[in-house]
Design a protein around this ligand. Structure first.
Ligand code: 13P
Ligand code: SF4
Length: 324
């Protein structure tokens, strides 16, 4: 027996607080087509927390932070996985479920962190610091993961660093994540100079202004923010940890120092919480649209492939992390 597909009309209720009705007509056609194509192609859509609400709440099957998406990617049983997110996430999905067709709707959806370091850079770091293990943030390309000992995400970085049982690690490529982890552990951390172009723009002055304008506001920050921003926030954590924080603590007013779609997506679940929304857009995440998800499923593009020799070594780095 096949169950009836939900229609875009019934889905609108879910997002009415964050998508004006007048904009909905621009989405409904693509949503209906994507729901039908997913069934036709036995496909699922994995969407990162920074995807826009019409993707996140209306067509995605699995949503989450980088760690959750990596874990879920391993167990997907469908033939096709569409990754609504950026290139390194699609590569991680392919590494963890290599038999599946993994599609990235726009191949130019990159990441300033992933672009900040090459495999040759990692080899130079190893020469400079012989014997020191290399922890790579998951926001790197597969060829960089292949040169590392283990991966981490913002959700498990400290646990990964401490799991190695050594006094010193090299942590690439996010300087601020490395410094924020260093503030929480006795392990010495050698950092790289990569930055997230979205989170590096937040400043402590932004937080002070927010607190002045909105007394009592709770400030949550992503650990890709500079350490002086994290120090002034009430809580710092991965996108999933920030979302959980709102669900658990139900602050009356909150600001998320992160990418703009996060607040929309979390606000849908928590109508009682007031979200103050200064935010920065990630141009890479925003390359993914309903229109190119539909085209990806219609035309089977863009298929993610990884050189098998790189894939074997990169997979080990990711699997070591997931084993923790
Ligand atoms: P998380 O969702 O793992 O916190 O990562 C944030 C991010 O910037 C991904 O690009
Ligand atoms: Fe990369 Fe920052 Fe965009 Fe995440 S938000 S994909 S870290 S540039």
């Amino acid at each position: 027996m096949t169950t009836a597909l939900p229609s875009s009309a019934s889905l609108y209720d879910r997002v009415q607080r964050v998508i004006p009705r007048i904009e909905w007509s621009a989405f409904s056609d693509d949503i209906d087509a994507i729901l039908a194509l997913k069934r036709e192609r036995n496909a699922v859509i994995l969407a990162h927390n920074y995807q826009t609400p019409e993707i996140f709440h209306c067509v995605a099957d699995i949503v989450g932070d980088s760690l959750a998406l990596a874990r879920e990617a391993m167990t997907v049983d469908a033939d096709v996985i569409v990754l609504a997110g950026v290139h390194f996430m699609a590569e991680t999905t392919k590494l963890l479920n290599p038999a599946k067709t993994v599609l990235l709707p726009d191949v130019s959806a990159g990441c300033s962190l992933a672009d900040s370091i090459t495999p040759a850079d990692v080899r130079l770091l190893r020469e400079r610091y012989p014997g020191v293990p290399v922890v790579t943030y998951v926001n790197t390309c597969a060829s960089v993961k292949a040169e590392a000992d283990i991966c981490c995400t913002s959700g498990n970085a400290r646990a990964v660093v401490e799991s190695l049982g050594v006094p010193c690690v090299i942590m690439i490529p996010d300087e601020y994540l490395a410094k924020n982890v260093a503030a929480q552990t006795d392990v010495e951390i050698i950092a790289w100079k990569g930055h997230c172009e979205v989170h590096e723009r937040f400043t402590p002055a932004d937080i002070r202004e927010l607190r002045e304008a909105h007394p009592g506001i709770t400030v949550l920050a992503h650990p890709e923010c500079p350490p002086n921003v994290v120090a002034e926030a009430d809580f710092a954590g991965s996108t999933a940890a920030m979302s959980d924080y709102v669900g658990r603590n139900k602050p009356s007013r909150v600001v998320l120092m992160t990418e703009c779609s996060m607040s929309d997506n979390v606000a849908v679940e928590h109508p009682e919480v007031e979200f103050i929304r200064p935010c920065n857009l990630c141009p890479h995440m925003k390359r993914i649209t309903l229109a190119n998800i539909r085209t990806a499923l219609e035309q089977n593009r863009h298929v993610v492939t990884i050189d098998p020799q790189i894939a074997d070594r990169a997979r080990q780095s990711v699997e070591r992390m997931l084993a923790i």
